[in-house]
Write a protein of this length. Structure first.
Length: 155
């Protein structure tokens, strides 16, 4: 009888311990700040390739701008989908890297975007209210819109 009680006690203790680790804390302010900080880091990974001079690993500034346009568009779509935001954008053609020398830049951006995605999903999972997620999306959209029009004008 005592061994059954001990087994049940151990099982319940382990289960409660596992549940406490599987559910991250739902502090919306912390999630929002982390999402914005990683979003800024994500943007910094491509910033100099959007407006820089010269070449990078044999790629032109124009190649960097095209990559930035594509990656920001991808980020916006992820935030829309994961954040359940009511925006719809037409799909772009298949992604092609404008210059293979930019692959490390794309890799860093995509890694940071993966972390941002986690924060966006936590934001939704925790039912964080307010328009902070929408503001985050709009900051991505503003930058993308600028680059997209810049490219369309042939600058």
């Amino acid at each position: 009888m005592a061994s059954n009680d001990l087994a049940i006690f151990c099982f319940v203790s382990l289960l409660s311990l596992a549940l406490s680790y599987s559910q991250p804390n739902c502090n919306c302010d912390v999630i929002d700040k982390a999402m914005h900080k990683k979003g800024e880091s994500m943007i910094e990974s491509i910033f100099w390739h959007m407006f820089g001079n010269g070449t990078l690993n044999g790629c032109t500034v124009r190649d960097g701008q095209k990559l930035s346009d594509t990656l920001l568009y991808k980020a916006m779509l992820k935030v829309i989908a994961d954040g359940n935001l009511p925006y719809v954008y037409p799909t772009q053609g298949p992604f092609t890297l404008p210059c293979t020398g930019l692959q490390p830049v794309a890799d860093v951006f995509n890694h940071r975007l993966g972390v941002v995605e986690t924060y966006v999903k936590d934001f939704v999972r925790c039912s964080c209210s307010g328009n902070k997620l929408q503001q985050f999306y709009e900051s991505l959209h503003t930058l993308w819109n600028y680059i997209h029009h810049f490219l369309a004008e042939g600058n």
